[in-house]
Write a protein that binds this ligand. Structure first.
Ligand SMILES: NC(=O)c1ccc[n+]([C@@H]2O[C@H](COP(=O)([O-])OP(=O)(O)OC[C@H]3O[C@@H](n4cnc5c(N)ncnc54)[C@H](OP(=O)(O)O)[C@@H]3O)[C@@H](O)[C@H]2O)c1
Length: 350
């Protein structure tokens, strides 16, 4: 068993995890049918998937609520990850948020509770416009001491972090050496964490969960050009500032040509391998020795079954090498800042 399989087995998590951001619907993901949510959750559990990834801020708590409903009767078979806003990481508010997540989920423990983003002023501004919180943000010390206390109290089983860079991990580990996992954006066109973050996590025994494995459908091959992507899903640095039509903050030119050259390669290789583009993209992420679990959002049971079949794909070395080489052009354009929403020189992850 390799390191990533050992890590996944040690935590009791599956190699593919269910991204629950769309559960409950809302402005970002539009309507999400609860019957489909329940079908995805039950089909996943029936096939040995354990990990379900949600957050308090996803759809104002509705992602947790609808996941909790879907898990009724099968809670014991699930490993539930939820996350707390860094703006709520003061001692008292963190405990309150954890209780609120437990109520939303209808459970008395969360398997892994993550700090959703590092605690710094630019990061917090994304979660709150409260001037007092921005001026006096919670400290890493109180946040991680409180997480450790929640673990002692049995409210959470593991402590996690999300979107943490190397320096931020060092600071958190100094308070709480007991950090089990870091959830970070990683996919064929988002490879920034390869340079420093993945090696640091490997050295420190921190399992890595990849978020946005399919780059919200781009890496399932559902779009032919950048112009086809809904504006609110094109506001990352991958795409030119104007694609976000007022929602982008990065001010950069993006790497659209290189991205669609990569997607074209994925289409060719997927056809040769007789698999789908989504399966190829998931298999590529899982082929990295530093990734314990790939999080994938599936809207319905059909997408889930297709995506789960990626676990059986044995990615040929020459196909992987071709994807690495072509997507390297995207990486060269976008650079090593893993914050894909702020400009490369002003990222919240360091
Ligand atoms: N920690 C963080 O800060 C963070 C940030 C982002 C995401 N995440 C986690 O990562 C999870 C996954 O990311 P994500 O939800 O952004 O997106 P994703 O998994 O990259 O993409 C999901 C979307 O791809 C499309 N799709 C999935 N399977 C497909 C298939 N087989 N064929 C065609 N299209 C398919 C669907 O689009 P349609 O809806 O158009 O059908 C689906 O909504 C999230 O749910 C969340 O749990 C965490």
């Amino acid at each position: 068993m390799g390191r990533r399989e050992t890590q996944a087995a040690g935590l009791g998590i599956s190699r593919l995890g269910i991204g629950c951001w769309a559960f409950g619907g809302g402005a970002y993901w539009r309507e999400q049918n609860q019957k489909d949510v329940e079908a995805v959750v039950h089909a996943a559990i029936d096939r040995g998937v354990t990990l379900f990834d949600t957050a308090r801020m996803y759809n104002d708590g509705n992602s947790e609520v609808y996941l909790g409903q879907a898990l009724k009767g099968v809670r014991g078979k699930a490993f539930v990850v939820s996350k707390v806003s860094p703006a709520k990481a003061y001692r008292a508010t963190l405990k309150e948020e954890c209780e609120a997540s437990l109520r939303n989920l209808g459970t008395d423990y969360i398997d892994m509770y993550m700090m959703h983003w590092p605690i710094n002023a630019p990061g917090i501004r994304h979660f709150t416009d409260d001037a007092a919180t921005i001026a006096h943000p919670p400290t890493t010390q109180e946040a991680f001491e409180t997480l450790a206390q929640l673990k002692k109290d049995g409210k959470i089983r593991f402590i996690g972090i999300s979107n943490y860079g190397v320096e931020q991990m060092r600071q958190a580990l100094a308070v709480c050496p007991d950090i089990a996992a870091n959830e970070l954006p990683y996919n064929v066109i988002s490879r920034a964490i390869e340079a420093e973050i993945l090696p640091f996590c490997a050295r420190n025994g921190i399992a890595v969960l990849s978020s946005m494995t399919l780059q919200q459908g781009v890496l399932a091959g559902i779009y032919q050009t950048a112009g086809d992507i809904p504006a609110h899903q094109a506001h990352s640095r991958h795409f030119a500032q104007q694609r976000g039509r007022g929602t982008s903050r990065h001010g950069e030119a993006g790497a659209e040509e290189e991205i669609f050259e990569t997607v074209a390669l994925l289409r060719r290789l997927a056809a040769q391998l007789n698999i789908t583009v989504a399966q190829l993209s998931i298999a590529w992420v899982l082929a990295h020795p530093g990734i314990a679990c790939a999080l994938v959002g599936s809207r319905n049971e059909k997408q889930l079954i297709e995506n789960l079949q990626a676990l059986a794909v044995n990615l040929p070395a020459d196909s992987k090498a071709q994807i690495d080489e072509t997507s390297q052009k995207v990486l060269s354009r976008l650079g090593n800042s893993p914050d894909y929403y702020e400009s490369s020189s002003d990222g919240r992850i360091y």
